[in-house]
Design a protein around this ligand. Structure first.
Ligand SMILES: [Zn+2]
Length: 397
């Protein structure tokens, strides 16, 4: 017998069963009907269930495919992005011919290919504090495959406000974390992650890289959790933080508890506080030093770089090593952002041109260098501008 956990105990099914299955559905879902705890009643619950996927990307793809195949009656897709060639390495809902199409449209078509009996509702928007409650309120379960902190924080707060389970994961390179947050039942996301990370502390997939198959593993896990919640089978991943190391192929489970004073989910939380990132403590490193930010940040265009280099300027690339493998500007020396921000890294009195992918990290670097008295200038638009305006034959990412 498994030891019962305070937060991880079986829960009643989340969704009442829909109408009886017809003959075709009995055949299609025959392997579910055989499963203890699911059976015909569970399959009817799935047919009546409404699951929202926030993000039709790396995690949303496998989660959506398995939920559609499982016969979840209604799937919502929230995404304001279009399919990019770099997405196809892990976002298996989209195909080569979908590049350039809105992800919710491509995703809807992909899910229909898996199961034409599923209703797919598309929300081609970015979740905002203004629209989040209205969108989420129509669903029974929310699967959070967001790739950015503000959306994750917003989903967490909206789920807590609506009492919805928030099936969540975060994947970085070969590693992942996953849990089911559920205000009133176990901890919410804010209980366990009360601080907002500084932008450079959590590199995105675009910067840090990510193994597509690991995203697939974790996205499937999210689908399992949603199916368990809907049917009431098993113990949901509530009150437990699963930590996965893909290189070691290890899984560690950490107990996590609701924070009695949590500003998002505790009984004393303000029920009408505006949603968003308010209430999250800032990470250690603010994105921009407020003192430096008041002084203007000199910029140069990519067209000026060559001439400045000829006059003795240095060009510094502050991106991560993997990004340089994809594409680099000739003559750029590599000093990753963390090293540039380290005040012991030596710089002389020459002009230092700084570039990154599109400008966010180089802006931080330029501000930090100028605060040290270095004549640093930001290469506007980063390497993406270089490729677009100087050498379109180069690859982008
Ligand atoms: Zn909380």
């Amino acid at each position: 017998m498994a030891t019962p956990r305070l937060d991880g105990m079986p829960r009643p099914p989340l969704v009442p069963p829909g109408p009886e299955l017809d003959a075709r559905a009995r055949t299609r879902y025959a392997r579910h009907l055989l499963l203890p705890g699911i059976g015909e009643l569970g399959q009817r619950r799935l047919a009546a269930a409404r699951v929202l996927l926030v993000g039709a990307g790396g995690l949303g793809s496998p989660a959506g495919i398995y939920l559609a195949a499982a016969g979840v009656g209604t799937l919502g897709l929230v995404d304001d992005d279009v399919v990019d060639l770099t997405n196809l390495q892990r976002q298996v809902l989209h195909r080569v011919e979908d590049v350039g199409r809105p992800k919710v449209v491509s995703g809807r078509d992909g899910l229909a290919r898996v199961n034409d009996g599923v209703e797919v509702i598309t929300h081609a928007v970015r979740l905002t504090p203004e629209n989040a409650l209205g969108i989420l309120a129509d669903y029974d379960v929310v699967i959070d495959g967001a790739d950015n902190f503000p959306t994750r924080a917003l989903v967490s707060q909206a789920c807590a406000r609506l009492g919805l389970p928030h099936v969540w994961a975060s994947v970085h390179r070969f590693d992942a974390q996953a849990s089911v947050w559920w205000a009133g039942v176990g901890p919410c996301y804010h209980c366990v992650f009360p601080s907002m990370p500084a932008p450079d502390q959590v590199p995105s997939c675009a910067v840090g890289g990510v193994l597509g198959a690991t995203v697939g593993t974790i996205g499937s896990l999210l689908a399992v959790e949603a199916l368990k919640l809907i049917t009431g089978v098993g113990e949901p991943l509530v009150g437990r933080l699963l930590v996965h190391d893909g290189l070691a192929q290890s899984w560690v489970e950490l107990p996590v508890r609701a924070e009695p004073t949590c500003p998002v989910c505790s009984p004393t939380a303000d029920p009408v506080r505006p949603l968003g990132t308010t209430g999250f403590a800032s990470g250690e490193a603010p994105a921009v030093d407020p003192v430096v930010a008041t002084s203007p940040r000199p910029e140069v265009s990519v067209h000026e770089v060559e001439a400045l280099l000829a006059h003795g300027a240095r060009l510094v690339d502050v991106r991560e090593p993997g990004e340089r493998e994809v594409v680099r500007i000739p003559g750029a020396e590599h000093i990753p952002l963390a090293e540039v921000l380290d005040p012991t890294t030596p710089f002389g009195d020459e002009v230092v041109l700084v570039h990154c992918k599109s400008g966010a990290r180089s802006a931080r670097a330029v501000d930090a260098l100028r605060a040290r008295g270095v004549d640093a200038r930001d290469v506007r638009g980063g390497i993406l501008a270089w490729v677009a305006e100087i050498d379109p034959s180069l690859p982008t990412y």
